[in-house]
Design a protein around this ligand. Sequence first.
Ligand SMILES: *[C@@H]1O[C@H](CO)[C@@H](O)[C@H](O)[C@H]1NC(C)=O
Ligand SMILES: *[C@@H]1O[C@H](CO)[C@@H](O)[C@H](O)[C@H]1NC(C)=O
Ligand SMILES: *[C@@H]1O[C@H](CO)[C@@H](O)[C@H](O)[C@H]1NC(C)=O
Ligand SMILES: *[C@@H]1O[C@H](CO)[C@@H](O)[C@H](O)[C@H]1NC(C)=O
Ligand SMILES: *[C@@H]1O[C@H](CO)[C@@H](O)[C@H](O)[C@H]1NC(C)=O
Length: 527
Amino acid sequence: MSMAHFLLILASLSWVSSQLTSPQINSQWYKDGENVLKQKLNAKNIEKTGKNAILFIGDGMSIPTEVCARIFQGQKRGQTGEENNLSWQLFPNVGLSKTYSVDFQVPDSAATATAFLSGVKTNDGVLGLNQNGIKGQCASEKNNHVNSLVAIAEELGMSTGIITTARVTHATPGAAYSHCASRNWEANIPSSQAGLGCKDIATQLLDAYNIGDGFEVVMGGGRCNFHSINTTDPEYTTFKGCRFDGKDLIQEWKNKKLSNSAYVWNLTAFNAIDPNKTDHLLGLFDPSHMKYDADRLTDKAGEPSIAQMTEKAIQILQRNPKGYFLFVEGGRIDHSHHSGVAYGAITDTIAMADAVQKAVAMTNPQETLIVVTADHGHTLSMSGYPKRGNPILGLVDGAPSLDGKPYTTINYANGPGAIKDGELRPNLTGVDVQARLHEQQAIFPIIYETHDGADVGIYSQGPFAHLLTGVVEQSYIFHAMKHALCLGPNSNVPNCQRFVTRGSAVSSVASNMLLLVIMLCLVKFLQ
Ligand SMILES: *[C@@H]1O[C@H](CO)[C@@H](O)[C@H](O)[C@H]1NC(C)=O
Ligand SMILES: *[C@@H]1O[C@H](CO)[C@@H](O)[C@H](O)[C@H]1NC(C)=O
Ligand SMILES: *[C@@H]1O[C@H](CO)[C@@H](O)[C@H](O)[C@H]1NC(C)=O
Ligand SMILES: *[C@@H]1O[C@H](CO)[C@@H](O)[C@H](O)[C@H]1NC(C)=O
Ligand SMILES: *[C@@H]1O[C@H](CO)[C@@H](O)[C@H](O)[C@H]1NC(C)=O
């Protein structure tokens, strides 16, 4: 080796060491980073038609909501919390969804659900209508219907399911099957719009069973919208139904005589359902919304968790060789935020993470697309500078504000927590800020904390999941899922089975006929 060579090697060695030091590469963070890099380099996009898809919506699940939930979950497991991951946060594909509606910068759940389920943005308050639908105007429904992924999948012979922890007639699930000028017409049409041919959302749910062979699974709350105002609720005997027309839609559902159907309204009956012997399951577990997960065990007749509902639904739906589309909403993350109580929003987010974990464990990413996103965010924020492992619902230690009062890590921009007993920003010293019903402080008081208009995350794994990356319009989610499942005639998916199957079924009939004719000719000829 010449001297020049030797010097060159020495120089290059010192170049390497000045780039990557041993204190660096021996750090656990460094090793973890290299492991993730290796995983990502080995990951391959799955570019073939999906057999099944599951769409999870965390209603109101802003990115700060997810971050607080993963810290809370980690802390419940005895960790500092920040390093934890919610189940979907390990998915290989992440995008951002722009949530504004046609008429609002900060949208509502009716417009957003219509966007991701039907591929078009629309106006706040309307369900399953394009932007010509006007809130509260029955006449605007005509000729403006848009169909949801759930309805399209059912029509093409897939099995379908709709699960929510809110009322099944509420805005988000309502966009899966109804076309309605107002999200508020859950059981009744107001007198000003009566007689113009519009139907309430619960009635439309029953009508939608005419699509394909009918939804296989519908579960959530909202029993009241199916019972007459003169009917006593089976669980809470002081409650009556909500329908002014006196109809009993549960009875009408039973009268449809769907194959192997079952209606359940409590946990015992839910648990007794054999998914291998049930083709159509309707579960309505509360007169209104189901309980927050944090309060679920206090329910009188018991109700299943979102994970239990998801598991049962997949067991029923996966029996269809043509595949399934399942829609699952963690519907009450939003409600707890509206009440200014972060605790309920966080624990319902964790309950949905359990449901996603269940779905991941029960499915094969080679054939099932799983998408997790939110319809819109909320004004929750995370303030500095709590130390690592500080309770996520707790006070920020040793960080006095200008008014000398302590503050919590989590706050809202607005909400009922802004004012207590007439006092703005009360002194939190000695207050149990981690209590189940503590209302976080906010800048200005308002009865219901509001949505926010920031982007929400889209997390996905499975066939064509890589299409759900980048910063995209919320309505695009429909298009990516339609493509992945081959649910549209103009789809360019290789091996677009659902449409090729139809085409080849036709051509195989034709070729069989041809074969028959040739054989008949041959027989004639040989005679
Ligand atoms: C969270 O995910 C990362 C990979 O992105 C992993 O390195 C880390 O160990 C996970 N955290 C926990 C607590 O499992
Ligand atoms: C409810 O019951 C009352 C009293 O019997 C009756 O007048 C009313 O018509 C009933 N309403 C409906 C919607 O059935
Ligand atoms: C349903 O049937 C399948 C196939 O026979 C079986 O593997 C599975 O355990 C059954 N599921 C339940 C919940 O009984
Ligand atoms: C659950 O519903 C079934 C069917 O209506 C009923 O027989 C049973 O008593 C209910 N169980 C509870 C605990 O309410
Ligand atoms: C808040 O309350 C604590 C305990 O009562 C008290 O020591 C502190 O001075 C109060 N702070 C302000 C700014 O009033």
